[in-house]
Write a protein that binds this ligand. Structure first.
Ligand SMILES: [Zn+2]
Length: 133
């Protein structure tokens, strides 16, 4: 797959701190509750840390107790893509940024009242932008 904001690996290593690199470029997961965006917060949105593509609105953020930022819907589904991944003996739906191809997190099915899915994203893959005025 070709991405609008494709970068050579050396540039990713220079631009991202080691933890963000491990998550976004190697598909690892940050430790539960370690991220700075776990708690739903003031109004704004989250963009991809790798390419600044808008990904999630804070109004869609739920589940402060989950341990990772968790959203019931994407800002624009066209900015994301998913792939089914088999590991640890289970099938998981992996979530990526369509702008740069970075790993963001996973999508889980949910039987909650507000949405059939949860987008569970690593904090280090996100940058928060406050809504103007
Ligand atoms: Zn991106």
């Amino acid at each position: 797959m070709k991405f609008k904001y494709d970068k050579p690996d050396a540039r990713w290593r220079a631009e991202l701190d080691p933890q963000a690199y491990r998550v976004m470029r190697e598909g690892r997961t940050e430790a539960r509750f370690s991220g700075q965006h776990c708690q739903p917060r003031a109004e704004g949105m989250y963009r991809c840390r790798g390419c600044h593509t808008p990904l999630f609105d804070t109004l869609a953020q739920v589940d402060a107790d989950f341990g990772w930022p968790c959203f019931v819907e994407a800002l624009d589904a066209h900015n994301l893509f998913e792939e089914t991944e088999a590991s640890y003996g289970m099938l998981r739906t992996e979530l990526f940024c369509k702008g740069c191809g970075s790993h963001l997190g996973f999508i889980y099915e949910d039987d909650g009242p507000d949405s059939p899915v949860r987008f569970c994203v690593n904090s280090v893959a996100l940058e928060f932008v406050a809504r103007p005025g």
